[in-house]
Design a protein around this ligand. Structure first.
Ligand SMILES: NC(=O)c1ccc[n+]([C@@H]2O[C@H](COP(=O)([O-])OP(=O)(O)OC[C@H]3O[C@@H](n4cnc5c(N)ncnc54)[C@H](O)[C@@H]3O)[C@@H](O)[C@H]2O)c1
Length: 432
């Protein structure tokens, strides 16, 4: 079976499936279609599937100029019908892995995707989980469900974990040139998985097990989360001591070894850094070890929106205004620069906190047409007139295309949480 699959992968006749067509799944499907495979995407959202099949990409990093020809040539198609799995040789699971309110992993999407695959599993199928998750997911959760078919892993079917490391909005590193780590349940699984990814991606890094591959992703994101926690704490200290934390970090970054700069900000956002480490702390609790670094960094990072609001309050006080009744304009609501994703964005927390204190809040973000907050819809406002009408501007996302000089001119006071105004000198600017 392994040889047959290997042959199909090598001569690109393997029929590739991608389950979950979001930020991770769509670009992955595109790379395999570009490599010459016939790719079928499966998603539960009919609207998404319909849009996919029109040849219009809804993921910013994938331009229509690349996407459309692949759809038109029949290399790429999408469906909501799981029964196509019967026809597939490989399937990558790219479904969400959020946290529950209690900060426990919500595995419901992975479970339903696996149940669907289990229903249509057949000899020769290569299954790869790409969703970020706790170590042990692939062998404890997926394997029993798939093996219940009576097929033997490593012999009749193949199962791997391969963490997705895509960084939306990063023009230099995208799906194709980010090294791909892959670990299988058995050596034959790893071999099949590695061979598969080698067809479309530049570098493949095989590891000895699914658990190692799962832990790799959590190490990477926990490393970022904890280091951001450290500089956020440093920012709070520096503020009290009248030290410019940005200048400190830039100077420290001149050390050519043993230091890597991380920058403070308004709080963590997105679907990875604020969430993934809690998958690890949840699992380590089960193993009897408390993940204290993670919990502490989570606490400090979670404090940042309040710290930003305190900065806004102080800035308004300086001009003898109170937050209650003042107009605060939020510049940027996406969780990071030059993307349209507002999931877990600290801007949402900051807006809610300001509203609770009685401020009038507006926002501008050319990437985000509107946001929904506790059922209330806020629409994107034209930047400069709204800045001019506001009492205070807070830069939460440092999108590149903004005319910051004009924003400074039009504003009364600006709280800059991202050092977007680096190099500008004005008494209106309050840095984090
Ligand atoms: N977005 C990122 O930058 C990023 C980076 C690295 C890793 N990841 C991880 O990758 C995984 C996917 O993230 P994403 O950002 O692509 O999510 P997303 O929400 O953009 O896309 C997930 C897609 O899966 C679909 N889906 C959900 N349940 C399904 C099911 N049972 N069957 C078929 N489709 C289903 C949804 O409709 C959605 O289209 C997550 O585990 C995430 O942590 C994301």
């Amino acid at each position: 079976m392994a040889q047959e699959l290997e042959q199909k992968i090598k001569n690109k006749t393997a029929r590739v499936g991608v389950l979950g067509l979001g930020y991770v799944g769509l670009p992955l499907a595109v790379e395999f279609a570009r490599a010459g495979f016939e790719v079928t995407g499966i998603d539960v959202q009919q609207v998404k599937v319909d849009q996919f099949n029109t040849g219009h990409s809804y993921i910013k990093d994938v331009p229509d100029s690349i996407f459309r020809p692949l759809v038109e040539s029949g290399k790429l198609r999408a469906t909501t019908d799981y029964s196509v799995i019967r026809e597939l040789d490989t399937i990558d699971i790219c479904v969400p892995t959020p946290l529950r309110k209690t900060k426990d992993p919500d595995m419901s999407f992975v479970v339903s995707a696996t149940d669907a695959i289990a229903e249509f599993i057949h000899p020769g199928l290569l299954v790869m989980l790409e969703s970020t998750t706790y170590p042990g997911t692939t062998d404890e959760l997926l394997l029993p469900k798939l093996a219940a078919s009576g097929l033997e892993v490593g012999k009749d079917f193949f199962l791997c974990f391969s963490p997705e490391r895509v960084d939306p909005g990063n023009p230099k590193f995208q799906t194709a040139n980010i090294p791909k780590v892959v670990g299988g349940i058995t050596p034959a699984c790893t071999q099949a998985g590695a061979l598969f990814y080698q067809q479309a991606l530049e570098t493949v890094v095989p590891v000895s097990s699914t658990r190692v591959a799962e832990m790799v992703k959590l190490l990477e994101n926990t490393f970022r989360m904890i280091n951001i926690g450290l500089v956020n704490e440093l920012a709070m200290m520096s503020s009290r001591m009248n030290i410019d934390v940005w200048e400190v970090i830039d100077a420290a970054a001149t050390k050519p070894f043993g230091f890597m700069p991380f920058y403070p900000g308004p709080g963590l956002g997105g679907h990875c850094i604020p969430i993934d480490p809690f998958y690890l702390s949840w699992k380590s609790r089960e193993a009897g070890i408390e993940a204290r670094f993670i919990e502490l960094a989570g606490y400090i990072n979670g404090r940042m929106p309040e710290f930003v609001v305190e900065k806004i309050q102080n800035a308004l006080n300086e001009s003898s205004k109170a937050v209650r009744g003042s107009h605060v304009h939020v510049l940027g609501v996406a969780y990071k620069r030059d993307i349209d994703d507002v999931r877990e964005s600290p801007a949402l927390d900051i807006i809610l906190l300001l509203k609770k204190l009685g401020a009038k809040v507006t926002y501008s973000d050319s990437y985000v047409r509107n946001i929904s907050l506790n059922g209330e819809i806020l629409d994107n406002q034209e930047l400069l007139p709204t800045v001019a009408a506001s009492d205070c501007v807070v830069i939460v996302t440092d999108h590149k295309g903004v005319d910051y000089a004009a924003v400074i001119d039009a504003s009364k006071v600006i709280v800059d949480t991202r050092n977007a105004l680096k190099g500008f000198r004005s008494s209106k600017i309050v840095r984090l």
